[in-house]
Ligand binder design. Structure first.
Ligand SMILES: [Zn+2]
Length: 207
């Protein structure tokens, strides 16, 4: 799991170019000015939010991970994803061929669902109830009754369909919710990998 320094971004001399780094360099890669004495930045250095933060640190979230491996080292888009839900302590509840599991350490990342949902008070009790019924290993089927079935059932049980209408359809939920977050993760990873090659990465600002 990526656990390194935070990704930093700034714009120094060109308003249209973002420079990403893990450490602030002494000199601007674009104009060569000494950044330590630079009086002005077009956009001052700031920490880019990390979509790959550890799911266990984030209670009341939906979290995803590659079914095998992790996003940073070996994920490619044709690989399957595994999805779970964190409770108030950050323990991840997830359904697989072993049935419904409660995990404190596996590398779930990309927390995505806001904790400000209206139902956090029932969140833990709903998970506890689901640990007790219908989620045994004998029910698991790779393509039909899997980790998505569990998460969507959980969100439905919490009556979140007004808040998250896409939970009525696995396809819509994946499109609207999983893939958008996945793209954020993959963009973040590609920037980190570029920085590992050159110490910085420059791209055009999104308009
Ligand atoms: Zn510059």
């Amino acid at each position: 799991m990526y656990n390194s320094k935070p990704l930093l971004m700034f714009r120094h001399c060109d308003d249209n170019l973002n420079t990403f780094v893990l450490n602030l360099p002494q000199f601007c890669p674009l104009c060569g000015d000494d950044l330590e004495s630079a009086a002005t930045f077009k956009v001052p250095l700031f920490k880019v939010p990390n979509p790959l933060s550890d799911g266990h640190q984030n209670p009341f979230r939906i979290v995803i991970k590659p079914t095998a491996g992790n996003f940073m080292d070996n994920y490619t888009t044709e690989k399957n994803l595994h999805i779970g839900v964190t409770d108030s302590k950050g323990d991840v509840f997830h359904f697989n061929k072993n049935g419904l599991n409660r995990s404190t350490s596996s590398p779930f990342q990309s927390p995505s669902l806001s904790p400000s949902s209206p139902s956090t008070s029932e969140w833990n009790s709903c998970l506890a109830m689901m640990m007790c019924d219908q989620w045994g290993e004998e029910r698991y089927k790779d393509n039909e009754y899997n980790c998505y079935t569990f998460v969507l059932s959980f969100l439905t049980e919490l009556r979140l369909s007004n808040y998250l209408p896409t939970i009525n359809s696995k396809e819509k939920f994946c499109e609207e919710f999983i893939y958008k977050n996945l793209i954020k993760c993959l963009n973040y990873i590609s920037i980190i990998k570029e920085i590992e090659k050159n110490n910085y990465f420059i791209n055009k600002k999104l308009t």
